[in-house]
Ligand binder design. Structure first.
Ligand SMILES: [Zn+2]
Length: 263
């Protein structure tokens, strides 16, 4: 019994830690790798001054990793990774929701973090951590199920099968869809980011617009999964392109944000 109990606890820990891990490891690395290819020389130099020569991809999952830290300050950052709103909002309604949203959510946390990165009154370590949050949270902003609904915990409570295996719609978007493509993160970054004009095309709009794009995609995903929760090839056929676009846009926009802050 004791062993069975331990196994159950162990499995619960695994399930809990998988919930809400935005984009999974590979997705966040792809986004950071794309961003790194579009940094200006000056931004690159200033980022290296702050965090050394390690790749951004290395630090891109740190913000999820520290959710298990005993540090109570860091533990309180769990809500920074997502934003809950009602579904099917117009752009104007969505903006009102953003303004009225809690301080500790993705929308407001990201904007605070973006200022902290270059705030010379903070310690080196605080500014480094702000940078790790920045590269992670801008990725989360493009994972549609992180800009979704409270009642089902961003889709964590919506059970699906993915090629016959048990999952939920949140995890499908965190990792199942990305991992299904079987690219390494550097390969994926390279095959997605193949035209020069993409950067200009995708970086003109605002942070609020980017969140709204995720909101609109989340609405599609909710409608779709309500009709059929057994996901396989036809799901890939419909959603591979929006998933890959979200990764690409996140990477290019992260570069733009870092260039603004550090350039
Ligand atoms: Zn996250």
């Amino acid at each position: 019994m004791k062993i069975v109990g331990r196994i159950i606890v162990f499995l619960m820990i695994i399930i809990q830690t998988q919930e809400g891990f935005a984009w999974g490891m590979t997705g966040h690395r792809v986004i950071s790798e794309i961003a790194e290819q579009h940094l200006t020389k000056k931004a690159k130099r200033n980022i290296q001054k702050l965090m050394g020569h390690q790749k951004l991809a290395y630090w891109s999952n740190w913000a999820d990793f520290i959710k298990s830290s005993p540090d109570t300050v860091l533990l309180k950052t769990g809500t920074w990774h997502f934003l809950n709103t009602p579904g099917n909002l117009t752009h104007a309604q969505f903006l009102v929701e953003l303004q009225n949203s809690p301080e500790q959510n993705l929308y407001k946390a990201y904007q605070r973090i973006k200022k902290e990165v270059v705030n010379k009154e903070l310690s080196l370590e605080q500014r480094q951590q702000a940078l790790y949050f920045m590269i992670h949270l801008l990725g989360d902003a493009h994972q549609p199920m992180h800009v979704s609904r409270a009642e089902d915990l961003g889709g964590n409570k919506i059970a699906v099968t993915f090629f016959g295996k048990g999952s939920n719609i949140h995890r499908v978007w965190d990792s199942d869809l990305v991992d299904n493509e079987k690219w390494s993160y550097t390969e994926y970054a390279r095959v997605l980011d193949y035209e020069k004009y993409f950067f200009k095309q995708y970086t003109q709009s605002t942070f609020e617009d980017w969140l709204y794009e995720s909101h609109e995609l989340a609405n599609l995903i909710y409608d779709d999964v309500a009709k059929d929760n057994k996901l396989s090839y036809d799901y890939i056929y419909r959603f591979k392109d929006p998933m890959e676009k979200a990764l690409l846009k996140a990477g290019l926009r992260l570069a733009k944000e870092l260039n603004d802050v550090f350039g």
